[in-house]
Design a protein around this ligand. Structure first.
Ligand code: ZN
Length: 240
């Protein structure tokens, strides 16, 4: 049974990338207490983790909220050893036709993240876990889909005898729409903040600033981010 108090709290899986930063901003505007959790699994894009602390320090003054309740960074370096892929070792990012997935797929990653977040939610008295994943527009990672996350929430709720809900605001959302949601949440200032402060590039390149943010401009994550931002600008230009 959900109490009113618990409905005011949320746990955000927060990596320091575009998706989770937008989700965090939306949560800060909607909940009274927001707890963040991040994971270090030996990812090549450690620049993302470096962005985390800066974002956590600067996002509330920007939004005018006071909801951040604390942050946890979980060391999953041992998981990185099992889940070796192009995100955790130096190799070219390619598409594996046999598996139907790019070699950036880290098996079970989001399932593990949500399980950790659920344990934190239990501890702080929250029921909602906010996850910036999308079924649309992405690389087809099966652990980003509703069909894998909903049964997981059910399993966690039963296993902890405590209601857990996975809230994925971008589940059916394009990248362009995600930029629109950022604008609705915090205006152009938040869009600019996300462009400059977040990191999405798979290769960890964080020295070149493009209109859409930092990155190599070549990897699938950069191309997706650039394309989404371009579409967002085009839509914006058509607004009266
Ligand atoms: Zn890149």
């Amino acid at each position: 049974m959900q109490t009113k108090e618990a409905d005011k709290k949320a746990v955000v899986c927060f990596s320091g990338g575009q998706d989770s930063t937008t989700a965090l901003a939306m949560a800060l505007k909607s909940y009274e207490a927001v707890y963040t959790i991040g994971f270090d699994y030996g990812q090549r894009h450690a620049a993302e983790l470096e962005c985390r602390s800066r974002i956590l320090a600067d996002i509330e003054p920007l939004l005018g909220t006071r909801a951040l309740g604390g942050d946890l960074l979980i060391d999953l370096s041992q998981y990185g050893r099992i889940a070796e892929c192009a995100l955790t070792r130096s190799e070219a990012i390619i598409f594996d036709d046999e598996k139907g997935l790019p070699n950036t797929f880290v098996p079970g990653r989001n399932l593990l993240f949500v399980t950790y977040a659920a344990a934190l939610a239990y501890r702080v008295g929250a029921h909602d876990i906010i996850l910036g994943v999308s079924e649309q527009d992405y690389s087809g990672y099966p652990d980003c889909r509703e069909e894998s996350l909903e049964p997981l929430a059910l399993s966690l709720s039963r296993g902890m005898e405590y209601p857990i809900r996975v809230v994925a605001p971008f589940m059916h959302c394009s990248k362009a729409h995600e930029w629109e949601l950022a604008r609705e949440t915090g205006g152009d200032a938040l869009v600019d903040f996300i462009v400059r402060q977040t990191h999405t590039c798979y290769t960890g390149e964080h020295s070149r600033l493009h209109t859409w943010g930092y990155g190599c401009g070549e990897c699938p994550a950069c191309r997706l981010r650039a394309k989404g931002y371009e579409e967002y600008l085009q839509k914006l230009a058509k607004e009266p």
